[in-house]
Design a protein around this ligand. Structure first.
Ligand code: DAH
Length: 344
């Protein structure tokens, strides 16, 4: 038995001299520790030995078994780490790349169309004061939009000439910021966040995105406004889109209008038995508000309204994205659900 143990040990270590792979290791484990291994056979011979020898060899065999097991476990760890290092065929995981948010994409696409027409991007301020958000835009003191139910006022000490600070409720104050500092001719597009204390539902959010656009020059008239907006609508929605101007009122423009585009989905051809999912069968979709800049607004920015005229427009990016991609709930933009965001 002594001899057999010695031989077994020698064989074991000589088998491990060559390079061991995972499969080879498993083969050797079965060879030396498996049920039919020599070691098992030696164990089964123990009962035939006399008491004293049984004790001696029992200990020796147990020690050998432990030695083999620890050695094989150690080898297995080494092989796994080594093979991890060198297995070039192992499929790798690519880290997920972030993409632009759909609202950023839509906003950038819209701005790009106006940039192609020569408009310059100017970002306004998200924290505004009453003068820029309302007064200079000819919004009277009693106007409901000034109410604390419609505007977030900030708990910051008001200034003497600007009044209370607030989170801008529209991008129109960008008009004032620009016209106060740069003199016409001007063609500006101004995207950004706006805030209103609205109750959140499928079509309202307390924060959303708008794009303001305006042009000021000597001989600007309503047809320039129409031309620019039609160009935009054709580029952004579809070449065959038509525009409809509905008279409206905004304090900062006169005359003012709300603009609809003909439905780019159903193209006003009534579907046989169901209403169009985008325009709900109306054939038209409201996309923005616009008008000729009120002379008082120009004067508030020290621009001579006898010499200069301008047009302005403002649109909601969220709304336009919803129309364009058939999204039914504004909350989807802000919930950061990757299943939604990854589609764009
Ligand atoms: N500021 C308006 C709003 O938030 C949108 C708007 C309407 C902007 C008419 C304009 C405009 O520049 O001429 O509802």
């Amino acid at each position: 038995m002594e001899e057999q143990i010695k031989k077994l040990k020698e064989d074991f270590y000589s088998d491990f001299k060559e390079k061991i792979t995972v499969t080879k290791l498993e083969e050797l484990r079965i060879k030396y520790l498996g049920k039919k291994s020599l070691l098992s056979q030696l164990f089964s011979q123990l009962p035939n030995l006399d008491k004293e020898k049984k004790a001696i060899f029992g200990r020796k065999l147990n020690a050998l078994k432990l030695e083999f097991t620890t050695f094989i476990e150690q080898k297995s760890k080494e092989i796994v780490t080594e093979e991890e290092k060198i297995d070039l065929t192992f499929p790798s995981f690519y880290p997920k790349r972030g993409t632009k948010h759909i609202l950023s994409l839509v906003s950038q696409n819209i701005c790009r169309i106006f940039q192609d027409l020569g408009f310059v991007i100017v970002e306004g301020k998200e924290i505004e004061d009453e003068r820029h958000n309302f007064t200079a835009l000819n919004i009277p003191l009693e106007h409901p939009s000034r109410d604390a139910f419609d505007t977030f006022y900030l708990d910051i000490k008001p200034t003497r000439d600007g009044g209370n600070f607030l989170l801008r409720s529209h991008t129109s104050p960008s008009q004032i910021r620009v016209m106060e500092t740069i003199k016409p001719p001007l063609a500006v597009i101004s995207p950004g966040r706006v805030y209103r204390p609205d109750k959140v539902d499928a079509s309202h959010s307390f924060m959303f995105f708008q794009i303001e656009g305006f042009v000021v020059d000597r001989n600007i008239n309503f047809s320039h406004l129409k031309g620019v907006l039609l160009y935009f609508a054709k580029k952004f929605f579809s070449e065959d889109v038509a525009l409809r101007f509905r008279p409206h009122f905004f304090p900062f423009t006169e005359p003012s209008a709300e603009v609809d585009i003909s439905c780019f989905l159903c193209k006003n051809q009534k579907f046989s038995n169901q209403k169009c999912g985008v325009c709900k069968g109306k054939g038209w979709l409201e996309i923005l508000g616009c008008g000729m800049i009120h002379p008082k607004v120009l004067e508030n920015c020290k621009i001579d309204s006898k010499k200069f005229r301008g047009f302005a427009f403002g649109m909601g990016v969220d709304r336009i994205a919803m129309l364009k991609f058939g999204i039914g709930d504004i909350r989807l933009f802000y919930e950061n659900d990757l299943k939604f965001l990854e589609q764009f």
